[in-house]
Design a protein around this ligand. Structure first.
Ligand code: SF4
Length: 784
């Protein structure tokens, strides 16, 4: 607020030295020898007094500095602070002996505490003092005491501003903030500056994050006058994550979260992705040595054991005094690689750099505060010191300087008290949001105080709606995020105006070089499976084969998934041995030996033995397994694949058998669907193996052995569907393969699932936005 006042006075051509505008706390600093304690120090001292109930410490540390009604705790904390040359706010104010050097104006207070009033009375004896107080219930006691001590009162009842007022009702919170953003852009197009507009919130959540997102999408520069806990900054999360990992024995699963953070220097890079996947494949793992090997293999030596993390190991072996821990841990900031600063840096990038620098400086201060709070010369371990550091980090707020001038200001109603803007938006005018409904403080129950706070809500509403000089736009959402209707604020007397259309920002123009190359590669070879993938959904094929996106490796407990089980059974059938194959595949896929692994092995063994014992297949032709083939369908396209089993008949005919680790119903679905795979296998029999295609069968191995397929009438074969010829299957499959190839070559990649039920198993369901297609087609009445 002090900075805003400086800017306002400068714009109004009122010359005043910037340092003459300051907070009351700063003003009394030269007049008292007692320093102001950081909030985290109060928290840690309260925690030292009573180590139980951490949430109680937080509530108490917020109260103890303002409430003289906690004499016992205040006395104990005051004694601890005195040992450190500090004092609580009330004590500092009482101890201060201020000297006025000119007239004093006090502005921006909602009320004044007894100690603050004493300071004002002392100053009033020396110079002219002007105090502004709101005409609200909270300020009555302070006004009465000032009047009793000789102050005179001037009531400012005249309305200085007569802004136009409009009420907008949106369907949802998102639509409400989008409308605010669109209105801001309209006003800017009409000649307004961004700085002439502000958004006033009753409280920060949930509107501030929604506004931040919307303003970013609409390209509106904004400053949010709110602070976050220091512990929420990525740089601090990275450092605390590393120490937690060190203390818990370097669990690589924990390190994955840290690795993905851009602040690690490797997050959101290709090496980072490679290292991430490689670590996942080796989980569970705990040693720095193995991390070393993986990171070297992935070319990511700056995230690994022998590089930056090795020195941390020494920390767990040390016992140091809190002051020495402070000195030692200060060096942790070196674990954050220095940023590369490109030319033409954007404001957002600049803010990220500034906030990281501010967070690291605040991190050092938090370490210092922790050492001060523990105040002992006895050596302690890192495990004893670190919890207090984390507490301090969670209490301290991060303030990042932002000196931009032409921005929309987003502020809460208390901060807005001193603001005057041509255009003000007051949003969230719903019951229970504005006004809020207050309950007694559990530590200091006071019904009178609670009633006073409730009355204050109307005063805050008047305050928020009287900030604009030209236009006040009030808004509320008619439905909450669950779609339930919600009441608009009882403070709104006028009827609302309906907003029905959704507003979307103009798409951002990205520099061409930022787009990945989306031109389809020169495709020459396709497999039957990839053709089926395209037929199921072009986007699925595009993500998997063109972009070659990979899903992260499975967690250890999920590695023995259906795909791996299927490939184990396929190999076992080809090699006629399950146990050996199972062992080898478990080793290759790093599958932990658990109860589930053994259960799956027994299940596979049962299915394997059931197949061996099955006598349904009546032919005893010579068979070949795992037969590779490649056939050219056109000069540009060839099909490559592998046939599980090929049975050769006495007259140069052949039957293809494809094993599926599926139940009977799934095998039936294959027969009723597109037989592309089967048709292409039959084509390979003819073109590659120079045999007569006589049949194509799927053999289901799950639950019971099932056979489904087609064959030219073969004596003794009563399974499947007998046809005069299989030529139609072959021609249909070849034609589909060629059409698919042409579509791919022409760049087809639309999200168009043929079977919605299969989307459940698709690896790309989180990026294709198939749900939005559902909504769009529901609205247009066009079933997908
Ligand atoms: S989830 Fe469905 S729509 Fe999305 S890519 Fe996969 S198959 Fe296509």
């Amino acid at each position: 607020m002090a900075e805003h006042l400086r800017n306002e006075l400068a714009r109004s051509n009122i010359s005043i030295r910037p340092h003459r505008i300051l907070t009351l706390a700063k003003f009394i600093e030269p007049f008292t020898a007692l320093a102001e304690p950081p909030e985290s120090l109060l928290y840690l001292l309260i925690a030292n007094l009573n180590p139980n109930f951490p949430s109680y410490h937080r509530a108490l540390s917020a109260l103890v500095n303002q409430a003289p009604d906690l004499p016992e705790i205040s006395e104990k904390i005051g004694a601890q602070l005195a040992l450190r040359g500090m004092a609580l706010r009330e004590t500092r104010l009482h101890a201060a002996e201020p000297i006025a050097t000119g007239p004093i104006i006090l502005d921006g207070f909602f009320t004044l505490s007894p100690a603050e009033l004493s300071i004002l009375e002392e100053l009033a004896r020396q110079t002219q003092v002007t105090v502004t107080l709101p005409d609200g219930p909270g300020a009555h006691a302070a006004s009465a005491r000032l009047l009793a001590s000789g102050f005179t009162e001037q009531h400012l009842t005249a309305t200085l501003r007569h802004p136009r007022r409009a009420i907008q009702a949106a369907l949802s919170l998102e639509q409400e903030v989008e409308h605010i953003a669109a209105t801001i852009l309209e006003r800017v197009a009409a000649g307004r500056q961004f700085r002439e507009m502000g958004v006033i919130l009753r409280v920060r959540d949930p509107y501030a994050p929604a506004l931040e997102t919307s303003f970013d999408r609409f390209g509106i520069p904004a400053r949010f006058h709110f602070t976050d806990a220091l512990s929420a900054h990525p740089a601090i999360q990275y450092l605390t994550g590393l120490i937690r990992s060190l203390l818990s024995g370097w669990d690589h699963a924990d390190l994955l979260t840290l690795l993905r953070m851009p602040v690690s220097g490797i997050g959101a890079t290709q090496e980072g992705d490679r290292l991430d996947f490689a670590i996942r494949e080796t989980l569970p793992s705990h040693t720095l040595e193995s991390l070393d090997q993986i990171s070297l293999k992935c070319g990511a030596a700056n995230f690994g054991g022998s590089g930056p993390f090795r020195p941390l190991l020494e920390l767990t072996q040390n016992r140091l005094t809190p002051t020495d821990w402070y000195t030692q841990l200060k060096t942790l900031r070196n674990l954050i690689p220095p940023p590369e600063i490109p030319d033409q840096i954007t404001h957002v990038q600049l803010q990220i750099l500034r906030s990281t620098a501010a967070a690291l400086t605040a991190f050092e201060k938090a370490l210092d505060t922790t050492a001060l709070a523990l105040n002992t010369n006895s050596p302690i371990t890192l495990a004893q010191f670190w919890p207090s550091v984390e507490s301090a980090l969670s209490i301290e707020k991060l303030r990042v300087p932002d000196h931009r001038r032409n921005v929309v200001n987003v502020l809460d109603v208390y901060e807005a008290r001193q603001w005057e803007l041509p255009i003000a938006f007051v949003c969230g005018l719903n019951e229970r949001h504005f006004p809020q409904y207050h309950r007694d403080n559990p530590l200091l129950p006071d019904p009178f105080h609670t009633r006073e706070r409730q009355q204050e809500e109307h005063f805050l509403f008047d305050l928020a709606t009287s900030r604009a000089t030209e236009e006040t736009i009030l808004s509320y959402a008619r439905f909450n995020d669950k779609g339930d209707p919600q009441l608009r604020s009882f403070f709104l007397a006028e009827p609302g105006e309906q907003i029905q259309t959704r507003i979307l920002p103009k798409p951002k123009v990205h520099p061409a070089r930022q787009f990945p190359d989306q031109s389809p590669p020169t495709l020459r070879t396709l497999s039957p499976t990839s053709i089926e993938s395209f037929l199921q959904c072009p986007f699925q094929f595009f993500a998997q084969k063109t972009l070659r996106l990979r899903t992260p490796p499975e967690k250890p407990r999920d590695r023995l998934n259906a795909l791996v089980q299927g490939s184990i059974l396929h190999r076992a059938l080809a090699e006629d041995s399950l146990d050996q194959v199972f062992e080898e595949e478990c080793y290759k896929n790093n599958i932990p030996r658990t109860y589930r692994t053994e259960a799956v092995r027994l299940e596979l063994l049962r299915h394997f033995e059931a197949f061996q014992a099955d006598r349904t297949w009546p032919l005893n032709w010579p068979r070949q397994t795992e037969q590779q083939f490649e056939i050219a369908l056109t000069p540009e396209l060839s099909i490559r694949g592998r046939i599980d089993r090929l049975d050769r008949g006495p007259n140069n005919e052949a039957i293809v058998i494809d094993y599926k680790y599926s139940a009977a119903a799934k095998i039936r679905e294959r027969i009723d669907g597109d037989p592309v795979q089967g048709g292409l296998y039959l084509s390979a029999v003819e073109r590659f193996f120079n045999l007569h295609p006589a049949g194509m069968f799927y053999c289901g191995l799950r639950q019971s052995v099932t056979w489904e397929g087609w064959h030219t009438t073969i004596p003794g074969l009563a399974l499947g569907e007998a046809r005069a010829t299989l030529q139609e299957l072959i021609e249909t499959a070849e034609r589909q393969a060629i059409e698919v190839f042409e579509s791919i070559a022409s760049g087809a990649k639309e999200v168009r699932p043929k079977d919605r039920a299969k989307c459940r198993y698709c690896d790309f369901k989180s990026i294709c936005r198939v749900e939005s297609i559902s909504r769009a087609s529901a609205h247009s009445g066009n079933p997908q």
